[in-house]
Design a binder for this molecule. Sequence first.
Ligand code: SF4
Ligand code: SF4
Length: 279
Amino acid sequence: MARLSLLIDVTKCSGCFNCFLACRDEYYDNDYSPYSAPQPLDGQFWMQVKEIERGGYPKPKVDYIPTPCMHCEQAPCIDAAADGAVYRRKDGIVLIDPEKAKGQKAIVHACPYRVVFWNKDLELPQKCTLCAHRLDEGEKQPRCVEACPTGALVFGDLDDPDSEIAKLSAALKTEAYHPEYNVSPTVKYVGLPKRFITGEVVRRDVPGECAEGLKITLEGGGLELETRSDSYGDFEFDGLEKNTEYSVGIECEGYASMIIEVFTQTDVDLGEIVLEPFD
Ligand code: SF4
Ligand code: SF4
């Protein structure tokens, strides 16, 4: 058995959309039956690049999450399809049969990731095939992976311990996108955006000077982290859990230490934090 899939490193994704464009180039108006019917001009995003904005002015962040079909091991699209119209191959790729799936709109609605698109003209659900037609012809990678200039997309067999994807999966902290869907997606992610806490430290008695190099600590959610304020007095903790209580501690010799309690319902910018000098 094999499990062909993708590892997507969000921290390496620049949002260039090359993967999306390569996918469009491969599938628009091209018939690869029985793998896939032609993709229409509009409305289909088999490799979607989602732009996620976090925080706000003056410290916003933008992340890009490439989102193909997750080739789930417990795929609800397979369960929703009549007549075996959606099936898993022995190599783990989930495919929609363009003949059998005709008229089966339920397949679109069954996918919790919303990565199945309805082709109105053909009356057909359509989605990412991991370029199965190319792989079967001996190509090594899907078009999106070939087109990615940053190495954010890695393709391979998760069950082959010698493959790059398996080695990276073992070495990096990978996670599922929306694990709460409980469908065992085989596509793995690194660096999915989480919450961040940021702030800027100044000293009351030296207002024009940045408080550089101060020790800033964070405790909570099973974490104990430490950083230093930068040359602007700024600090940041990223990769934090949602809806979790954290304590941010600030220490500076000659000034009263501070502990600030933070709840990460959203990203949190503590703004300007003023340290008071000892008399
Ligand atoms: S992501 Fe959606 S379409 Fe893809 S296998 Fe999972 S349920 Fe099916
Ligand atoms: S090609 Fe690579 S870097 Fe560009 S959007 Fe896609 S995954 Fe991100």
